[in-house]
Design a binder for this molecule. Structure first.
Ligand code: ZN
Length: 272
């Protein structure tokens, strides 16, 4: 491909906006697509699906697209992942990862631990991905210890890369290495910005949703996480109210759409 000259406007088609339309239909068509959507985007991820948790049905009746993070190897893992996919939601594997504090039994089956060998970590990540249908990526359940561990995160991210997936850092550790390492591997450094239900009431979730709106407007997008579980219905109610209040000012998107648009990510497998 030669360098574009001033007279060859068609070579600038990939920029999607032509300042001087060439007058043919092709150029006119391209002109209708802006480079970026005008509105800020919000990706709501709901964690802890897979165990028949309270609030599951309420999350499936929200009026916008969300992302369902489904834990592997549990009673409703496959059912919830299929339901999410059929509903048009994105699916993530909600991978249990060792925290710095907390009881191991909170982790659930198939957890990734820092004392495991490289081969064991890889085996766990691959098994979890094989157990949750339709997953477009992984995010961490707990994991404050693992997301600070370069060796283990390197393996998790390598498996993501091989499978054309991305990793969403839930951000349970403010010293996480996940974002930097993802960037180094050419993966999108996507992370959670705001937990919606760190305090469990619909009112608090609604308040957090206002922070999400502000953040989305100041940086074009915001990733936020809520949970199904003991207070899942209250979280769903707070999300629903927040959506009603924000729907005229932001667009709600699945995490894969955000990742494609913000980081020009396309899912290409690197395996031969
Ligand atoms: Zn979780």
């Amino acid at each position: 491909m030669g360098a574009a000259s001033g007279q060859r406007q068609d070579t600038a088609l990939h920029t999607a906006v032509l300042t001087e339309p060439a007058g043919d239909s092709k150029a006119a068509e391209v002109q209708e697509k802006p480079l970026r959507p005008a509105r800020s985007r919000v990706a709501i991820i709901v964690d802890d699906f897979g165990n028949g948790m309270r609030g599951t049905d309420e999350m499936f009746t929200l009026p916008v697209k969300i992302t369902a993070a489904v834990m592997p190897f549990l009673s409703t893992t496959e059912k919830d992942a299929r339901r999410a996919h059929e509903h048009g939601y994105d699916v993530l594997v909600h991978l249990p990862m060792e925290p710095r504090q907390g009881k191991p039994e909170w982790l659930g089956p198939g957890a990734v631990l820092t004392r495991m060998t490289d081969a064991e970590v890889r085996e766990r990540v691959e098994a979890a991905l094989d157990n949750v249908p339709y997953a477009v990526g992984i995010n961490n359940h707990m994991g404050s210890k693992v997301t600070g561990d370069e060796r283990v995160m390197g393996i998790v991210l390598a498996v993501c890369k091989e499978r054309g997936l991305f990793f969403v850092d839930s951000h349970t550790n403010y010293r996480s290495v996940a974002g930097r390492m993802a960037r180094e591997l050419g993966l999108p450094p996507v992370e959670n910005h705001i937990f919606l239900d760190d305090v469990h009431s619909a009112g608090h979730v609604m308040k957090q949703m206002r922070l999400v709106e502000q953040r989305a407007k100041s940086q074009r997008y915001c990733v936020t996480i809520g949970h199904v579980g003991i207070q899942g219905k209250e979280t769903a109610a707070g999300i629903r109210s927040g959506i009603a209040a924000m729907k005229d000012s932001v667009d709600f998107v699945g995490i894969s759409e955000l990742v494609k648009e913000e980081w020009k990510w396309n899912t290409q497998l690197t395996l031969p």
